[in-house]
Design a binder for this molecule. Structure first.
Ligand code: URP
Ligand code: ZN
Ligand code: ZN
Length: 475
């Protein structure tokens, strides 16, 4: 068993900031002590000098889509490229979405995604299950799959005819999840109304990418959030609303949380840093790079400030990426992706790449620019995701007995994001031109160094499937 010492750093968890050395034996953290109280370096296989650096739990991205068939193409990252890029960015665990499509069994969808991931991941991984066909059989399977460590199910109020569930289906799935002690994740947008607005916009000749946002106004999100909360309360199930971008939706969530309900929300960096005016409305077809759902909203409507404040106050609990990258320009291997929607924004595949940048952009925009504390940064990127989705304390903290998923983070490093500085399988960074003053220096996954000196030194297949338990964030 290899013994590693991380020496001289500042250990930052969701609750504490301490000067401490960390001793790792094999895959686990076995001791934490004030600097040099113990001479752990003698007999160590490896000593990592963390002087002047933060030692934080590996980031956890509980919302990624690798190898997902979507919008007439496939998300451009597979589990190999996606998890490797995640590791470069300091993320040591991802939870992706296995998909049950109409007419298919839940177990078939789960096994398909297990096969895609197995032997390919650089870091540990788990699955939520997208329930795309609620029926008697799939309701039974929702109970069975808990035994495989799938304890969260995503439903869609958007995308009619594809993944959409009506209120009756949603309610039945919620009742089942309540019985199993699992969590419902909701894509909360009123897809029926959005389809009307899209058809009317295209009829008026409004076909540019910028109309993706105007046909998904805030009320289509907040109405769905309100309805999802009402149904979840009725069913008595914990609810987690994914990719929230509208302040009106977060307001609904806050009202429900203030009533003591087990409802939770995430936002994503694209909603905290990008806006409709500069990005989605960019000249020509450039705005297609920023087409995702829920949409990136107008700066003039004040959503961003509201989201940051909600994160700081714990009205929102988690920042994940909803990583779903598509090439902007046609790619030799992936073919036409974003450009499928040239001349008709409704055909642009929805989604943004981002699994690599999250920890860094949140450090820059959150910690350096004074919107959240260092500890809150760790909490929203690692600890809360681990607790929300049943992985704590093996993941999400630095404690004796926890997995040695650790990032030695250098606050003195600086670089600028561009298509050239990313490792995801895509031809742009959504944060192109953003200067970052901080960077993962060394990344460990269960005690093994996987990134050092800007180089990936792990192997595909190092990542292990994580059986998750019930949520540990319930009130
Ligand atoms: O635009 C998005 N969000 N694409 C990924 C699929 C989803 O709805 O999460
Ligand atoms: Zn979604
Ligand atoms: Zn998603």
């Amino acid at each position: 068993m290899a013994r590693t010492v991380i020496r001289g750093g500042t250990v930052v968890t969701a609750t504490e900031t301490t000067s401490a050395d960390v001793l790792i034996d094999g895959e686990k953290i076995v001791a934490i002590a004030a600097h040099d109280v113990h001479d752990w370096t003698t007999g160590a296989d490896r000593v990592i000098d963390a002087a002047g650096k933060y030692v934080i739990p590996g980031a956890i991205d509980i919302h990624t889509h690798f190898e997902l068939p979507f919008g007439g193409t496939f998300v451009s990252d597979n589990f190999e490229s996606g998890t490797r890029a995640a590791a470069y960015g300091g993320t040591t665990t991802i939870v992706d979405f296995a998909v049950q499509v109409k007419g298919e069994r839940i177990m078939d969808g789960f096994e398909t995604w297990m096969r895609k991931a197995e032997g390919n991941c650089a870091i540990d991984y788990g699955f939520h299950m997208i329930v795309g066909d609620v029926n008697d059989e799939s309701l039974k399977e929702m109970a069975i799959i808990v035994g495989d460590g799938v304890t969260s199910f995503k439903l869609f109020m958007a995308y009619p005819g594809v993944l959409y569930s009506d209120d009756g289906e949603i309610y039945r799935a919620m009742q089942q999840a309540a019985e199993n002690g699992t969590t419902i994740m909701m894509h909360a947008e009123n897809g029926i109304i959005i389809d009307v607005l899209r058809e009317q916009a295209v009829g008026r000749g409004e076909t540019d990418p910028k109309y993706h946002t105007t046909t998904r106004p805030p009320a289509t999100e907040s109405e769905a959030v309100h309805r999802a909360i009402a149904l979840a309360e009725l069913a008595g199930v914990p609810l987690y609303v994914v990719h929230m971008s509208a302040k009106e939706g977060v307001h609904e969530l806050t009202l429900a949380r203030d009533r003591g309900l087990n409802v939770f929300g995430e936002t994503c960096p694209q909603y905290l840093f990008l806006n409709w005016e500069d990005h989605v409305s960019a000249p020509g077809f450039e705005g297609a790079k920023y087409v995702c759902s829920t949409p990136i909203r107008p700066r003039s409507e004040g959503h961003q400030e509201y989201l940051w404040n909600a994160l700081a106050r714990d009205d929102l609990q988690i920042v994940s990426t909803d990583h779903a990258g598509f090439f902007y320009d046609d790619d030799e291997t992936m073919g036409r992706q974003k450009r499928l929607g040239e001349g008709n924004f409704t055909l642009i595949p929805n989604g943004l790449p981002g699994v690599e940048e999250r920890l860094n952009v949140m450090y820059q925009g959150g910690v350096i620019e004074g919107r959240i504390s260092l500890n809150r940064w760790v909490e929203v990127c690692s600890t809360a995701p681990a607790k929300m989705f049943g992985m704590y304390p093996a993941k999400g903290t630095i404690a004796v007995g926890s997995d040695a998923d650790i990032v030695v983070y250098d606050p003195e490093a600086s670089f600028t994001y561009s298509a050239e500085t990313i490792h995801m399988n895509v031809d742009y960074s959504a944060y192109d031109g953003m200067e970052i003053n901080g960077k993962p220096d060394t990344v460990l996954s269960r005690g093994k160094v996987v990134v050092e000196n800007d180089r990936y030194v792990g192997r595909k297949g190092d990542g292990r499937y994580l059986k998750r338990g019930p949520s540990q964030l319930l009130r």
